[in-house]
Design a protein around this ligand. Structure first.
Ligand SMILES: NC(=O)c1ccc[n+]([C@@H]2O[C@H](COP(=O)([O-])OP(=O)(O)OC[C@H]3O[C@@H](n4cnc5c(N)ncnc54)[C@H](OP(=O)(O)O)[C@@H]3O)[C@@H](O)[C@H]2O)c1
Length: 172
């Protein structure tokens, strides 16, 4: 299964200045465009409850699976076909279920706690990181608490005026 970590980071590796901050506060419109295109192409996103709270609604044409310990009702958006499900499954269990459903690729859409858990158990196969031209003096790191993972560079793309999209594969 392709498990694709997608994130926008500051030039010093942070994904937000503080908890609850929406990425739309500081990321480029070109990165948003890439996020929409890529997530529509893959179709399934996994994210943490705090990240979902910064979005708050279904994403058009995509299935969002929110990790949370709370039980919550499925949210469906009729016109755009977006759907939000909530799960208390752990990363490996969740991916195994999706694989049984025939899903071949998923996007891991953050936040830090979710990126960290999927990296910790070695489940990420690929990364797209948009480095935005900004430094945060404080904030939430991309991920923590995992053993070193070596990456293979695939390519880089300049998005707009100064954001750089990096594409890596995780080495086995
Ligand atoms: N720059 C970017 O690309 C990017 C991407 C994503 C997010 N962000 C930012 O990151 C921030 C949020 O990150 P975060 O690390 O604080 O929070 P998060 O990972 O989005 O959410 C954490 C929550 O997810 C649930 N959770 C985590 N692991 C779980 C597990 N194994 N089983 C069940 N539930 C689990 C828990 O929800 P409950 O408390 O409900 O149980 C936990 O409180 C926001 O500011 C957001 O904007 C940035």
């Amino acid at each position: 299964m392709n498990v694709i970590l997608l994130a926008a980071i500051s030039a010093n590796g942070k994904i937000a200045e503080h908890e609850g901050q929406t990425s739309l506060d500081w990321t480029s419109k070109e990165d948003l465009h890439f996020f929409v295109e890529k997530t529509k192409e893959i179709g399934v996103l996994i994210m943490g409850r705090k990240t979902f709270d910064t979005i708050g609604k279904p994403l058009k044409g995509r299935r969002v699976i929110v990790m949370t310990k709370e039980e919550r009702e499925v949210m469906e958006e009729n016109e755009g076909g977006g759907k939000v499900e909530f799960t208390n499954e752990q990363p490996r269990e969740l991916l195994e279920r999706l694989q049984k459903e025939g899903i071949e690729s998923v996007v891991i859409a953050g936040g830090s706690s979710i990126y960290s858990q999927f990296l910790r158990v070695g489940l990420i196969t690929e990364l797209y990181l948009t480095v935005e031209p900004v430094l945060f003096g404080d904030g939430i790191p991309l991920a923590t608490g995992f053993e070193r993972i070596n990456l293979s560079f695939v390519d880089s793309t300049l998005l707009g005026d100064g954001s750089v999209l990096l594409h890596f594969l995780c080495q086995k």
